[in-house]
Design a protein around this ligand. Structure first.
Ligand code: DCT
Ligand code: MG
Length: 414
């Protein structure tokens, strides 16, 4: 994505602001003994690293200058997960699982809070390989921890936090997880295991089209002028996906908080709903966009699993001869569907955010923050200098506000 500057440039700029080299002879009381932090110098530079180490020590954190055995948390800036693994391997570390590998945003949050904050998912370094292959990606694929995480997170409802928990319990494969009968699973994870085979097999374009028809018909039963748009990977022209993402808005109406409930209610009656979890909107009027590049948005949404009936292939003569009872042949597939409800005036921002790719969205938000002094999220674009929200009726207008050429959805597979 050459239209957006690499994040490394941003940090270089910051670095130029005259940071004094701190006095390293001072020693501070350690308040948080359970964490031992190591800050990677790679791509950060010595001056900034020294400054950050000093800052953390002053706040009572234990920070090691060397990668000693006592280190529990490794903090990296502008380094991807595979880059950190590479670096660790270069240091003779074979098993990275004994460390929490965290982005600088975790460290910054700790400094702001003046105490260690939970190293939740958004702060963890994890590579998501979207498309294509590279030698670096192959190396990561061979990493034991990565392999386990990849398996664990392939279950709907299992994120990095649960994967971490299972990995720390010594579990490495899904078979091992299933064998632990005492493991507490959420309702979502239970559905994830129950429909695992269907969900792990990719959704095809034809299946996405069939589901789109169902979604459009049902939504329009309750809200005839609703605009229902397929977003996510399918909008970027991908031929397959792990789910189908729908953005729903209505030009004429105030948002109807009940719409999603009515839609899933009807599917339930029709026997099409296998699972659903509705998250209510938490958006506050004129809310300043979130600065966090991976922040979850505040739209009302529904994570669902739909039963897509598939036409039976006519091989009746074969079936009779083999005496197979047709009633036992599974003629449907469980499909993951996300439904997002956006108020019409936020629709363009929601569309840009939900079209992805995730990496493209992150780059765009970082660009807005560092190059334009603006904050972009799935709801709005806020100009910090002028202290105004920038309205946009289309994605083209958002790119124009950011001073960028328009990037077509199929060019966003970054
Ligand atoms: N997204 C977002 N906020 C979330 C979740 C997702 O802004 N809480 C964005 C990032 C990409 C896009 O929405 C769609 O997300 P996914 O369905 O996870 O990714 P995808 O690109 O559609 O890929 P896949 O084919 O795996 O579904
Ligand atoms: Mg998707």
């Amino acid at each position: 994505m050459d239209k957006i500057r690499a994040p490394a440039v941003f940090s270089q700029r910051k670095r130029q602001k005259g940071i004094r080299t701190p006095n390293l002879t001072c020693s501070y009381e350690i308040k948080f003994n359970e964490f031992v932090i190591f800050i990677m110098q790679r791509k950060m530079g010595m001056t900034r690293r020294t400054f950050l180490m000093e800052l953390a020590r002053r706040k009572g954190f234990r920070v090691e200058s060397e990668l000693s055995d006592s280190v529990t948390h490794i903090v990296a800036e502008n380094n991807s997960y595979p880059e950190v693994l590479d670096w660790l391997r270069g240091q003779g570390v074979g098993d990275s699982s004994r460390f929490e590998l965290l982005d600088i945003s975790w460290f910054t949050a700790c400094m702001e809070a003046g105490r260690p904050v939970d190293s939740e998912m958004k702060y963890r370094l994890m590579e998501i390989i979207e498309e294509g292959e590279s030698s670096r990606a192959k190396e990561v694929l061979n990493d034991e921890r990565y392999k386990s995480f990849k398996q664990f997170t392939s279950v709907f409802g299992v994120g990095v936090k649960t994967s971490e928990k299972w990995y720390r319990m010594g579990l490495r494969t899904l078979e091992e997880v299933k064998a632990v009968k005492t493991l507490k699973l959420s309702k979502m994870q239970k559905a994830g295991f129950f429909y695992y085979e269907d969900l792990v097999s990719c959704v095809s374009k034809a299946e996405a089209d069939a589901v789109s028809l169902i979604v459009r018909n049902t939504v329009c039963t309750f809200l005839p002028d609703a605009l229902v748009t397929v977003t996510g990977g399918f909008r970027r022209g991908k031929k397959t996906g792990h789910d189908i993402d729908f953005l729903i808005t209505s030009p004429g109406h105030r948002e109807d908080d009940e719409l999603l409930h009515k839609v899933v209610g009807l599917w339930k009656k029709q026997g099409l709903l296998l699972y659903c979890d509705i998250i209510e909107s938490t958006f506050l009027k004129e809310q300043i966009p979130s600065r966090k590049v991976d922040a979850m948005d505040n739209f009302q949404k529904c994570f669902a699993i739909l039963k897509l009936c598939q036409p039976r292939v006519d091989n009746s003569s074969y079936n009779t001869s083999k005496n197979i009872d047709m009633a036992e042949v599974k003629d449907w597939k469980a499909i993951r569907v996300d439904l997002i409800i956006a108020p019409f005036e936020q629709y363009a921002y929601a569309l840009l955010g939900w079209t992805g790719s995730r990496q493209f969205g992150r780059d765009l938000r970082r660009y807005a923050t560092h190059e334009k002094k603006m904050i972009l999220d799935n709801h709005a674009l806020y100009d910090r200098k002028k202290r105004i929200f920038l309205k946009a009726g289309s994605e083209e207008e958002i790119f124009a506000h950011l001073g960028l050429d328009y990037v077509e959805p199929w060019e966003r597979n970054a």
